[in-house]
Every structure is written in structure tokens, then in C-alpha cells.
Design a protein around this ligand. Structure first.
Ligand code: BGC
Length: 250
């Protein structure tokens, strides 16, 4: 079965057709710059262009880099505030002419990692953190997602955690791997205190440097890098969309 996955980020909007039974791309990956300012209408237009370029008819899964409750954007940490309260699903359906499922980007990446990546067959309490422009989180218990956890915004010493532990914060502040690892340790330890996970999966672009910074992370929980890298959002969104329309099982 196939579904189109689209991953909306603060700098790029990426899409590919996904074979949902294999968890692999079934087309090339297309990337278009995110319009700035990142407002709803121009961004939805880009999503429409991607659907058009693939001449796609069928389920579309679309990630969004903020809280999405039943298709409605509730926050907008790294996109324009105009998104707050926008029915993202209705907007995307209008621009694509297809059924669209919109979900948080870290939740989508988590779905992909739990199905085809580092969390496969893990029935414990798994926390996936995506470290990129912001920090996203997804939590699974027995493989079931608890949506819209925002553990990237835990308050740590008076600041949203992502201000120190996102990859953007690392680059902007010129943190050494050691210093950034210290911040990440503090963040992970706080999550351990709150929910005692069985496994941490570290995703986002920086996960390919896992070997470089892993030695600076000192927490009690097992910790592994994500496996699907920058494909996780697209694959997870497509999986969720296929499932919600019943297409994955047909
Ligand atoms: C947002 C999350 C999102 C994460 C990664 C955070 O700032 O609040 O919803 O998952 O960035 O994009």
C-alpha cells in the first residue's frame, strides 16, 4: 500500500510516496523551501504543489512542527503564530484535494521509528526526542502513542529545554559536544525523573553524530540513535495516514 508523506519543517517542506508495508520511499524525495514568514496559506500552497508534482490521489500524511489536536494547530513554536487555531487538516485538504491527516512531527518520526527503526518490537515505555530546530518528543507505551507530549519545552532552570538542547541551540551558542551533552543529560534526567522510560531514541539530523556526543550523556536509561534519519517524518506521516483511512490493511 502507498501513501504520500509530507514533512513540514521551519526551513523545508519535504515529500515522498511511501510504501507503507516496507517502510521505504517509493519515489524520489522532493524538497521545497518553507515560505517565510511561515504562515498557513503559503505553506499549504507548497503542500499542494508537492501533491501536484507527484500527481498523487490517495491518503496524505502531513507532519507539523507544533501541537496538532484533531487536525487543528494549537501552538506555533517555530512557525508563524497565525497557525494557532488554524484547522490545518481542512486547509491541506482544500489545497490538495485529497484526504489529509496532520500530526505533530515528532509523533510522526516516533511512529516510523517504532514500526521500522530503533524502537521496533519494543513494548516498554519509549521516549523519542527529535533534536533539530526545536526539540520534539513522542512517547510510546506498548507501541501505543501518547500524542502531543511537548517534552522539548520542559522548564529547566528558567528556560524552555529546547533553548539549550536543540541542534539549533548547539550551533547558535557554539556549544562544544561536551557542553551540549551536559545540557542534554540534564534534559534527559528530568524526563527520567518524570516518567522512568525504558529507552530513549535520539532523532533529528544530529543523530548521525551520535557516536561523537554519546559519551557525554550520562543517564540511567538505555539510549540509542534513531535509524530512519531524515526519512522518519515522511514515513511516519504516510503510515499514520494510511492507517487512518484503513488503506494500510486493505
Ligand atoms: C515544538 C514541537 C515540535 C518540535 C520539533 C518544538 O518547538 O513545540 O511541537 O515537535 O519543536 O519540530
Amino acid at each position: 500500500m502507498r501513501a504520500l508523506g509530507i514533512d513540514i519543517g521551519g526551513s523545508g517542506i519535504k515529500g515522498a510516496i511511501v510504501d507503507t508495508e516496507q517502510g521505504e520511499f517509493a519515489s524520489e524525495r522532493l524538497r521545497i523551501e518553507t515560505p517565510q514568514p511561515a504562515k498557513p496559506e503559503p505553506m499549504a500552497e507548497v503542500v499542494g504543489q508537492i501533491v501536484e508534482r507527484f500527481a498523487w490521489r490517495g491518503p496524505v500524511g502531513c507532519t507539523f512542527p507544533a501541537v496538532v489536536q484533531h487536525g487543528v494547530a494549537r501552538t506555533a513554536a517555530n512557525v508563524d503564530d497565525e497557525w494557532i487555531g488554524t484547522d490545518a487538516r481542512a486547509l491541506m485538504e482544500k489545497h490538495t484535494g485529497n484526504p489529509v491527516l496532520v500530526l505533530n512531527d515528532a509523533d510522526a518520526a516516533g511512529i516510523a521509528e517504532m514500526t521500522y527503526g530503533a524502537g521496533r518490537n519494543n513494548n516498554g515505555l519509549v521516549v523519542i526526542l527529535t533534536l533539530g530546530t526545536g526539540v520534539g518528543s513522542s512517547i510510546f507505551v506498548n507501541g501505543v502513542l501518547l500524542p502531543n507530549t511537548e517534552f522539548g519545552h520542559l522548564d529547566i532552570r528558567g528556560k524552555s529545554a529546547e533553548w539549550r538542547t536543540s541542534d539549533r541551540a548547539r550551533q547558535l551558542n557554539g556549544y562544544s559536544w561536551k557542553k551540549w551533552g551536559k545540557h542534554l543529560t540534564e534534559h534527559l534526567r528530568y524526563i527520567e525523573f518524570l516518567i522512568t522510560p525504558d529507552l530513549f531514541i535520539i532523532g533529528g539530523g544530529v543523530s548521525k553524530k551520535f557516536e561523537t556526543f554519546a559519551r557525554y550523556i550520562k543517564c540511567d536509561t538505555a539510549i540509542v540513535p534513531a535509524q530512519l534519519r531524515n526519512r522518519a517524518g515522511i514515513i511516519g506521516a504516510a503510515l499514520a495516514a494510511a492507517e487512518s483511512t484503513g488503506a494500510a490493511s486493505s
